[in-house]
Write a protein that binds this ligand. Structure first.
Ligand SMILES: O=C(CO)[C@H](O)[C@H](O)COP(=O)(O)O
Length: 237
């Protein structure tokens, strides 16, 4: 089975958790796209749900698939968010933002009663950090922000190079919020919670791709089948 089929399987398993009347956060990326497509099939068959997309790309997919949409201004909470991840560790801490949607993804996940991560099992890691950590920054004052991030890395026991993300056309990648992304090649992040706190305190950092204590479960599809891993601690811990 190829990677794309595994992603679709994980999406299909998460869809089993969706009930009539639910308000859903819709993630971004190739795995989340499978979820939106499968959800669209159910909606066309009569399921009543409403979704909040985490990116303009997902908004377009949801519209194409017939999934009704709303915003976090119109509703006060989400029942479930289903989203992909770039890495998932054994405590269900995540690196996200490979697709550049980390800011809206984190806002939506935090507004949800439950976040379900869907992924092929290559994303399951013992230690976060092999995937470059995205740090979303304001373009103004980039040099100062960059130096502050380097200091935060040193204080958090990590080191590595940062690269300003470029789009396929060679221009600087601009997020849906109009910001830039520094991808930090750290290799290993031994204490992701500590690093998350340090990065969040830096003026100029809008958000970072460490999702600590947000995911409630992970659905991982691999050659041996599907594994569902539940977080032991309550949300936010
Ligand atoms: O965080 C994300 C986008 O910002 C994605 O969820 C993450 O990059 C995983 O993507 P894919 O499912 O394509 O592997």
């Amino acid at each position: 089975m190829d990677m794309d089929q595994l992603k679709r399987q994980a999406a299909a398993r998460a869809l089993e958790e969706v009930r009539d009347g639910m308000q859903l956060g819709l993630g971004t990326g190739s795995t989340a796209k499978h979820f939106v497509e499968l959800l669209g099939e159910r909606v066309r068959a009569g399921l009543k749900v409403i979704g909040v997309p985490t990116s303009e790309a997902t908004r377009a997919d949801a519209v194409r698939c017939g999934v009704p949409l709303t915003t976090l201004d119109e509703i006060d909470h989400l029942d479930i968010t289903v989203d992909g991840a770039d890495e998932v560790d054994h405590e269900l801490n995540l690196i996200k933002g490979g697709g550049g949607a980390l800011l809206r993804e984190k806002i939506v996940a935090a507004a949800s009663d439950r976040m379900i991560v869907i992924a092929d099992d290559s994303k399951w890691v013992a230690t976060l950090g092999r995937f470059p950590l995205p740090v979303e920054v304001i373009p103004f004052g980039l040099g100062a922000t960059r130096r502050a991030i380097e200091k935060a890395f040193a204080q958090s026991g990590v080191s590595g190079q940062m690269a300003l993300r470029k789009a396929k056309d060679g221009h600087v990648f601009v997020t849906d919020g109009g910001h830039w992304i520094l991808d930090a090649h750290l290799g290993r992040i031994e204490d992701p919670a500590r690093l998350a706190v340090a990065l969040s305190a830096i003026p100029g950092v809008v958000e970072h791709g460490l999702f600590i204590g947000l995911a409630g479960s992970a659905v991982l599809a691999g050659g041996e089948g599907i594994r569902v891993i539940e977080r032991r601690k309550p949300k936010g811990d």
